[in-house]
Ligand binder design. Structure first.
Ligand SMILES: *Cc1c(COP(=O)(O)O)cnc(C)c1O
Length: 397
């Protein structure tokens, strides 16, 4: 029997978000193509995941080569790409130990467990981790509890206890929450889902000083801001501080499921039985991660991210002036344009549905647009994106 014609029969896909009636079939650099052959300029890149764009040749090569060699010896053994990527990450950061996971949420779960374990061994069972309003740390029960997203405290009640919320860039709000049960502070150097809000240098430095003086760990969640996104390999490097624990996700895999939990020797206190996971450090994904990090570290690459971040910033500022909007903010190629009204969702839809070429952007809050293009996006593509924005803003105003 012949199969029916390939219409979009999506009834078996669990409904978790409204999706347009199309399927994405191909990607190349900053461009996606759907099943109708329509092309989209992609300034979403899988939510800041594809840091080298779609179908990066180095990643494809790493995947193919590794797939032919060894896909999964089990986490009970070392493998070569796992070791290579661990070394790359520790040689280029202040951390000494790496545990690989499959998603940002899972890396953050590991960070929470590691901090609690450290509290058991070093701080009389302290377990509370101070996090921030509007922060986002993932969608497991513990990471939802750690997140400061409005409404998430009751969504799947009861929450995992022990995550009091402070206000970003307000050191007094952190100090107020500290008790003898406080083991750590967990922070996104740039709040991504919260609307691209950078921590100030002054705040981050006083947070590091305060936590150090009070024997409290500092955890940076760099799942979104890490891996070159802000123009340095890691976002904490903008602040001249050294955290105790860092988590990576999204960009580290360049599009494949890979994440990492990193810690200094002083804090890496897991013993056998504490932490694991079937796919942790599997060579197929870590081989891709090694290719990604090597490409980010190539001479001139991070500098080019900073240059392009400045271009995008300048362009967004001039759009803001032209249309009387509220300015822009961000770091490197993680940026937001502040609108003057709640037209974010409308613009996202118009951008996607425009012809002949669509534009993919996102609106984490109703009054702003977020941009997280591939880090190797071209200057011409940045200008093209901004001109499409101008056209759309004319349309809605
Ligand atoms: C996306 C994100 C996460 C969750 O990562 P997943 O891979 O979706 O689990 C955690 N923290 C931050 C800052 C993120 O942006």
């Amino acid at each position: 029997m012949n199969k029916p014609a390939p219409t979009i029969d999506n009834h078996s896909v669990m409904f978790i978000t409204p999706r347009p009636e199309l399927t994405m079939v191909e990607g190349n650099g900053s461009w996606l193509t759907d099943n109708n052959g329509k092309r989209y300029l992609d300034f979403l890149q899988g939510w800041a995941v594809n840091c080298l764009g779609h179908c990066n040749p180095g990643m494809i090569e790493a995947l193919n080569t590794q797939a032919k060699k060894l896909i999964n010896p089990s986490p009970a053994f070392y493998n070569e790409p796992m070791i290579r990527l661990s070394n790359l990450l520790t040689e280029n950061s202040c951390f000494n130990k790496v545990f690989f996971a499959n998603s940002g949420a899972e890396a953050n779960e590991g960070a929470i467990k590691l901090a609690r374990k450290w509290g058991q061994s070093n701080k009389a069972g302290a377990f509370e981790i101070i996090t921030f309003d509007h922060s986002f740390h993932g969608r497991t029960l513990a990471t939802m509890s750690a997140s400061g997203k409005p409404g998430w405290d009751t969504m799947f009640a009861p929450q995992v206890p022990g995550f009091p919320k402070a206000e970003l860039n307000d050191i007094a709000s952190v100090k107020k929450l500290v008790t003898d049960k406080t083991v750590a502070v967990m922070i996104e150097p740039v709040q991504g889902e919260g609307g691209v809000i950078p921590s100030t240098k002054e705040f981050m430095q006083s947070l590091r000083q305060f936590t150090k003086e009070n024997n409290i760990l500092l955890i940076v969640d760099e799942v979104q801001a890490g891996c070159g996104r802000t123009g340095k390999l890691f976002a904490y490097q903008h602040y001249d501080i050294e955290p105790d624990i860092m988590t990576l996700g999204k960009g580290i895999g360049g599009g494949v499921p890979l994440a990492a939990l990193m810690a200094t020797d002083a804090v890496a206190c897991f013993v056998p039985g504490d932490q694991g996971g079937t796919y942790n450090g599997n060579p197929l994904m870590t081989a891709v991660g090694a290719s990604v990090i090597e490409q980010l570290l190539a001479p001139g690459f991070l500098e080019s991210v900073r240059t392009k971040g400045e271009l995008l910033s300048k362009e967004l500022l001039s759009i803001s002036a032209e249309f009387k909007l509220e300015g822009e903010r961000g770091e490197g190629l993680l940026r937001a344009l502040m609108l003057s009204s709640d037209i974010g969702a409308k613009l996202v839809e118009l951008a996607r549905d425009r012809n002949p070429e669509g534009l993919l952007i996102n609106s984490p809050r109703p009054n702003l647009l977020r941009f997280m293009p591939a880090l190797n996006v071209s200057e011409a593509e940045i200008r093209q994106m901004c001109n499409i924005l101008r056209e759309l803003l004319k349309q809605v105003s």
